[in-house]
Design a protein. Structure first.
Length: 90
């Protein structure tokens, strides 16, 4: 095998893998639901709702749910506990 045919074979293999990966990502993107954690203040919830509406309009295959919770050290402790137990949302 010459160097040019080896390069050609490598390029074809790389292109095939890239196309296959692209089809896999786009097919699974239609079934994605993510959770967005926000503070519990009315302003934080209103901002999250606007951001989610705009994002979902631009990305119809992705659904965003929001979860509100306390801020400060109480919120930090909740996040740390959920991370430690493997129970944290996206």
């Amino acid at each position: 095998m010459t160097i040019s045919s080896a390069r050609r074979t490598l390029l074809v293999a790389a292109a095939t893998l890239a196309l296959g990966a692209g089809f896999t990502v786009s097919a699974s993107a239609e079934d994605v639901t993510l959770t967005y954690r926000v503070g519990s203040t009315p302003e934080a919830v209103a901002t999250a709702e606007r951001l989610i509406a705009d994002f979902e309009a631009a990305n119809p295959g992705i659904k965003i749910e929001y979860e509100s919770g306390p801020g400060g050290t109480e919120g930090d402790n909740i996040v740390k506990t959920r991370l430690a137990t493997g129970d944290m949302t996206d």
